[in-house]
Design a protein around this ligand. Structure first.
Ligand code: ZN
Length: 683
């Protein structure tokens, strides 16, 4: 099923197309008609059935069963959004927003503006016309406002082309206001079978995820509770005379002005050419650089300890220190890349969205999907393909918005996980071991983590479905321009598989650089001691270790160069390279790790502007959010980091963060960092 839509707009398994709830049924009915699945859904100008949903729904409630049809199987979904009721309701009636559920603008290629008309108590019609898709939905609609709730419901016309079981299902959505939050209860009745219900359910989850992205709401809670950490909070802000690195890879521009209003950039350009509104709060940024907030595609919300003392790694959730460090360091969006505590990560995201925690916007990946093998006591080992499907389905329902395969997984189990993630419209990445990059690409994975460093397919002792004895740096002696690596790169590019660079992690592995003062300040006392000891131990191994230890270190040092070469070659070949920190251990921690990743990308041979693009816009592209975040452009969210100096001239200036704007609210970097002193490893 998942692959039916795979080629609709891109060849990637995760095409980001937010199919409407009825997508599966549409695909099926069209397949039954023997039509090509990619063909345009034509408008059917059938006779419009005039069934008033509300009365029908009422009848169902009153009599238990409707007269014309059995109530059959129903669906109920409850969701909470961190925005007031009218704002949430607005996304259900705004044509652009509704159309985004169907086709996110990222790859929608709308050929005419979407239209949505609804007359309460009467007809509704939604038209979305794109170059390769065409939806024309119609039915009957009703909206009832009561003091305690707002009820919105509709019934598709029997001839509405998208209805999976035309006319059979009625939808009721209730909106309950709770201050700045809105709870939604969606009920849909009258499914013909369980499969149809599931298809709708998956579709609704996709809609909710898109709605989440559209809300861009800064809760008043943020502005009041965190006022001591906020340096700039004004409806209209003008950042004047800044050097600007816009995140597209374009060279830095001098003396630019950026204006944003209500969290969204309204104008930017050379300072003389931009009119600054009279009511703007003006910041003279002479000597500073404005960059897009970073998009960390390999973030984590845990810190690992006991790494070198025992073989049991323990990951502790850092709900307090890590989100603050990310934001303080200029990271405004993260995709977590696996977790041992999926509920904790989801709750942290919710708390940040609601303004009760400070942190970046989050895309939360589910629990690591792996089998037996890796020595982590908190890892759940999947028992097989069915378990993989069950686990993905469960966490997709709970709110995970992506998945990650881990090191020890046979292909059949990986395939099941990939298929199930795609059924939910979710991307899936992998830190692989038992599966090579080429195999993973062919199985339909969307992204691979860490780069060539962990691609085990070239290891001499690699057996199908099993990780070789060494997970790391097994391709160190291969020529990047040779046939083996080039064909692997081509396979990734052909399958639109993105690669996440975590080259700053590999620097840690290979070179064990001394930690900077600000990192040591953030660590707990124990953390400082453990990491200092372990660093000394590693450095000692480099010179006085066993032959195997010395060989390994020497190999890692060479691999660091090889990794840089690979990442450049991948980009040259047209691949989408993302930036990730994976900063979870020792002196390599959230936020500071992100800055080091940008520096290492520049050291790897990218221009500073390209390094920033990899760490910002490319991630936004993968997340299908580049129309809203990832670079500085009019119309995008004001996710902007301000650093002293000019990272295009000296990349290390990326560490001099002063203010980080998230949706237009400017947080004080130093105050955030000071607030977590000594906390990493504890909170
Ligand atoms: Zn990781």
């Amino acid at each position: 099923m998942a692959c039916i839509w795979r080629n609709a707009t891109t060849a990637s398994g995760y095409d980001g197309v937010t199919r409407p709830p009825w997508q599966g049924s549409l695909a099926k009915s069209r397949a039954a008609e023997g039509e090509k699945l990619r063909s345009t859904t034509r408008i059917r100008n059938g006779i419009l059935a005039a069934v008033v949903l509300f009365s029908m729904a009422g009848a169902c409630v009153a009599h238990g069963t409707g007269k014309e049809r059995a109530p059959g199987i129903s669906l109920r979904i409850e969701r909470s959004f961190a925005a007031p009721r009218d704002k949430v309701f607005g996304t259900w009636t705004d044509p652009q927003a509704v159309a985004q559920w169907f086709l996110p603008p990222e790859n929608a290629h709308w050929t005419e503006p979407p239209t949505f008309e609804a007359h309460s108590g009467g007809r509704f019609r939604l038209r979305v016309v794109a170059s390769d898709e065409h939806y024309d939905l119609h039915g009957t609609f009703r909206e009832v406002r009561a003091p305690d709730k707002l009820v919105f419901n509709w019934l598709w016309d029997k001839d509405s082309p998208l209805a999976g079981s035309p006319g059979d299902t009625g939808v009721t959505v209730e909106f309950f206001a709770h201050g700045g939050r809105t709870d939604i209860v969606l009920t849909q009745r009258g499914f013909r079978n369980e499969e149809s219900r599931k298809e709708y359910e998956r579709g609704w989850y996709r809609c909710f995820r898109e709605m989440d992205k559209l809300l861009n709401f800064v809760p008043p809670e943020t502005l009041t509770r965190w006022k001591d950490f906020i340096r700039v909070s004004s409806p209209v802000v003008a950042l004047e005379h800044a050097t600007m690195i816009d995140g597209t890879g374009a060279p830095a521009k001098q003396d630019h002005t950026i204006v944003f209003s209500d969290g969204r950039i309204t104008a930017l350009g050379p300072s003389g050419s931009i009119e600054v509104p009279a009511n703007a709060k003006r910041l003279d940024l002479t000597g500073y650089t404005a960059l897009p907030g970073l998009v960390d595609m390999h973030g984590h919300l845990f810190y690992v300890s006991n790494f070198f003392n025992t073989n049991d790694l323990l990951a502790h959730v850092m709900p307090f220190s890590f989100p603050r460090l990310y934001l303080a360091s200029g990271v405004t969006t993260i995709r977590t890349a696996g977790t041992f505590e999926p509920y904790a990560d989801l709750d942290i995201k919710k708390a940040v969205d609601a303004g009760t925690l400070i942190g970046p916007k989050m895309h939360v990946t589910g629990p690591y999907l792996t089998g037996e093998g890796y020595p982590l006591v908190q890892l759940y080992a999947l028992t097989g393909a069915e378990d993989a499907r069950r686990t993905v389905e469960y966490w997709a329902r709970e709110g995970s918005s992506s998945f990650k395969l881990y090191t020890d997984l046979p292909r059949a189990v990986a395939k099941a996980a990939i298929e199930e993630a795609h059924r939910w419209g979710l991307p899936i990445t992998g830190h692989l071991g038992s599966i090579g990059f080429r195999e993973a690409a062919e199985l339909g994975i969307d992204n691979v983590e860490h780069g060539l460093w962990v691609d085990t397919e070239f290891a001499p002792d690699k057996q199908p479905d099993l990780a070789p004895a060494e997970y790391d740096a097994t391709a160190v002696d291969l020529d990047i321009n040779g046939e083996a690596i080039q064909s692997m790169i081509k396979t990734l590019v052909d399958h639109h598989v993105a690669v996440t660079s975590t080259i700053a992690v590999w620097e840690q592995f290979a070179l064990h650089p001394a930690a900077s003062e600000h990192v040591l300040d953030a660590l707990s006392e124990d953390g400082r001691k453990i990491s200092a000891d372990s660093r000394l131990m590693e450095l000692k191994k480099m010179t006085d270790g066993t032959p195997h230890e010395r060989e390994k270190h020497e190999r890692f040092v060479r691999m660091l160069q090889k990794e840089a070469e690979f990442e450049r070659a991948f980009v040259r070949a047209g691949g989408l390279l993302l930036g990730g920190s994976d900063a979870v251990i020792d002196v390599f921690i959230a936020g500071f790790g992100d800055q080091r990743e940008v520096e290492m990308l520049a050291e790897a041979g990218f221009t500073p502007e390209q390094a920033i693009q990899i760490a910002s816009l490319n991630g936004a592209q993968f997340l299908k959010e580049s129309k809203r975040i990832g670079s500085l452009a009019a119309g995008k969210q004001a996710d902007i980091m301000i650093v002293k100096g000019d990272p295009s001239k000296s990349i290390r200036d990326i560490e001099n963060v002063e203010i980080v704007f998230k949706d237009g609210v400017g947080f004080d970097s130093k105050k955030l960092i000071d607030s977590v002193k000594g906390q990493v490893g504890i909170h």
